[in-house]
Design a protein around this ligand. Structure first.
Ligand SMILES: [Zn+2]
Length: 472
């Protein structure tokens, strides 16, 4: 049997028909049931072309007479415009008309489609899909994915996808406005004067490296996550954590960037901000630039990570010397316990004791020597950050944040998974920075809202809500 897919345009009593596909079906096997992807793609492309052209013809018909005097515009030349959509490239009429004689000023001819077309080469929805997926997976993979399931234009390649993402990111960056002066941030005095804002806002900052293009080595990328601990008003929901990222040596407005993220989570002018990091000196400097009056704490996540690594080294020692191994393991557990309660001095004493025990056997045991080196690093780390180690247990009981990297490190979520997994990937400062902007919008579930702001009829919100309800 044969199926013919026909599109019918009904308009003002008349109708316009177009056959877009014909499907032949003989013997039924599982793989010939219904439409194949290829047939689906070509059918969608056919429908898209017909619908788009009919829409444009109708729009031109409505614009055909001068709104001033009612005279019909004369045609200067025909012309077309190709626009890339999710269902393929479509060529639509884009004529040039002569201006009406009743208008003495302005250009002699004009293109009426410019009003809605704005010379855009790509539809918002395609731009959205390309940007969203390129924020999550490599550019070449996005091209593979789109081409495999949608009838996107054959000319789509990783370079065009990259350019589209950059254009979106640049527009997001422009909307950010100018860098914020440091005086805008609350001082301890002003915090005391004003009524209490919502629960402490904690910003975790992490740094990572990505490989630079043109054999320029590596450059640093900063990633952060902003967390609100609780709301003062009962029943107010706590907003989800949000992440941000930037290339320090490229970004002109990191303060404004982080300000906008915190503002979207309900930050108030007198909000006190607690910064958390792994305690590295360079990150401390970034934090001081971002928020001169912020408090600095060591992220509990980074302490536990270090202790976990040490416990792994203990296992090697345990295999070698079971008694000393289990004794060391107990000591590390107790160091962790002391740090959890902010007892830095006792934790350092315990560390020294453990180092002495290990020194006794270190000469005869390579694993003990290796563990001692690790413990010694930990001692330096704790000592350097002693002013940034609070009573985590107390904070935790108060419902305050002790870590912004609950499941995995912020740098891994924001940066590593897209930037460094494939070693051959190389980045320019600008390219990395722009990708971080769209990537964080996607991770924060904000990209759709951005597009909705730019294109008010893009994926209407009420519609998505009701379909979500149905799905639930
Ligand atoms: Zn006129």
């Amino acid at each position: 049997m044969t199926f013919r897919v026909e599109v019918v345009c009904l308009h003002e009593g008349g109708e316009q028909r177009c056959s877009v596909a014909e499907l032949d079906r003989a013997e039924l096997v599982l793989e010939t049931l219904g439409l194949s992807v290829a047939e689906g793609k070509s059918t969608l492309h056919g429908i898209q072309e017909f619908v788009a052209v009919q829409q444009v013809i109708e729009d031109l018909r409505r614009r055909r007479v001068c709104p001033n005097c009612g005279r019909r515009y004369h045609s200067k030349d025909a012309g077309t415009h190709t626009i890339k959509t999710v269902f393929g490239a479509v060529e639509v009429p884009n004529p040039r008309w002569e201006s009406c004689p009743c208008q003495t000023e302005g250009p002699r001819t004009f293109r009426p489609a410019t009003v809605w077309l704005q010379e855009a080469p790509t539809s918002p929805e395609l731009l959205y899909l390309e940007t969203k997926w390129a924020s999550l997976i490599p550019f070449e993979k996005v091209v593979d994915l789109l081409k495999e399931v949608l009838p996107v234009a054959e000319a789509t390649n990783s370079q065009t996808v990259r350019e589209h993402l950059h254009a979106v990111a640049e527009r997001i960056e422009q909307e950010l406005g100018e860098e914020r002066p440091p005086r805008d941030f609350a001082t301890v005095e002003s915090i005391a004067e004003l009524p209490l804002p919502d629960g402490p806002m904690t910003v975790g900052i992490d740094g990572g490296y990505v490989r630079a293009a043109h054999k320029q080595g590596n450059f640093e990328v900063i990633a952060g996550r902003s967390v609100v601990a609780f709301r003062r008003e009962e029943g107010d929901s706590v907003p989800p954590p949000k992440c941000f990222g930037f290339v320090q040596t490229y970004d002109q407005k990191p303060r404004q960037r982080i300000w906008e993220v915190m503002k979207s989570q309900g930050m108030q002018e007198n909000q006190q901000v607690v910064f958390m990091s792994d305690g590295g000196e360079d990150l401390r400097q970034v934090q001081e630039y971002l928020h001169p009056n912020g408090e600095h704490l060591l992220d509990w996540f980074h302490i536990t990570m270090r202790l976990t690594v040490l416990q792994q080294q203990v296992k090697t020692l345990q295999a070698d010397r079971p008694d000393e191994g289990s004794a060391s393991s107990k000591q590390i557990v107790s160091i962790k316990h002391l740090l959890w309660h902010g007892n830095v001095d006792e934790a350092l004493d315990r560390t020294d004791n453990l180092l002495m025990d290990l020194a006794l056997i270190g000469r005869q045991s390579a694993p003990a020597e290796k563990l001692a080196a690790g413990i010694s690093d930990l001692r330096t780390y704790i000592g350097n950050n002693r002013g940034s180690i609070p009573n985590y247990g107390e904070r935790y009981r108060q419902g305050e944040t002790i870590s912004t990297a609950f499941v995995e490190s912020t740098i891994n979520q924001v940066v590593s998974r897209r930037f460094v997994k494939k070693q051959q990937m190389q980045w320019t400062l600008k390219g990395a920075h722009l990708l971080l902007q769209t990537r964080t919008k996607v991770l924060n579930n904000e990209l759709e809202d951005v597009f909705r702001r730019w294109f008010p009829r893009f994926r209407p919100k009420a519609q998505t809500d009701s379909s979500e309800q149905k799905a639930a």
